[in-house]
Design a protein. Structure first.
Length: 117
């Protein structure tokens, strides 16, 4: 199963100038390195899987971002949105599979056995 993970990045600093500088640096880093793989994910469970994550700028409207802050019942803070894809998740369900012992191919109304290989 592939997932898209959406992140709202908000620098929680007091000075508005510092917020803009930090947000600008974050955007620069994610623009320069839009893919995360291997050594970038050392220390995580994804580090050993060989998966590659793509980080995409997701320009949400001011109205959408304001709704998030309104739902959190917190005053608006300077924020940007990013989407991270593809995170592959394996199913925990095991599928039982049985070996084909006597294959038959059916065409129309009759059937003919397939010779063993």
């Amino acid at each position: 199963m592939a997932l898209d993970l959406n992140y709202l990045i908000t620098p929680l600093l007091k000075a508005p100038r510092d917020q803009q500088i930090v947000l600008g640096k974050i955007m620069q880093v994610l623009y320069d390195r839009p893919s995360l793989e291997g050594a970038d994910m050392t220390g995580t469970t994804l580090g050993a899987t060989g998966e590659k994550l793509r980080v995409l700028f997701n320009p949400a409207s001011l109205d959408d971002i304001a709704r998030v802050w309104d739902a959190l019942e917190t005053p608006y803070h300077l924020s940007i949105c990013y989407t991270v894809r593809v995170t592959m998740l394996d199913s925990k369900q095991e599928q039982a599979q049985q070996r084909v012992v006597n294959p038959q191919v059916q065409y129309g109304q009759g059937s003919a056995p397939v010779p063993p290989v």
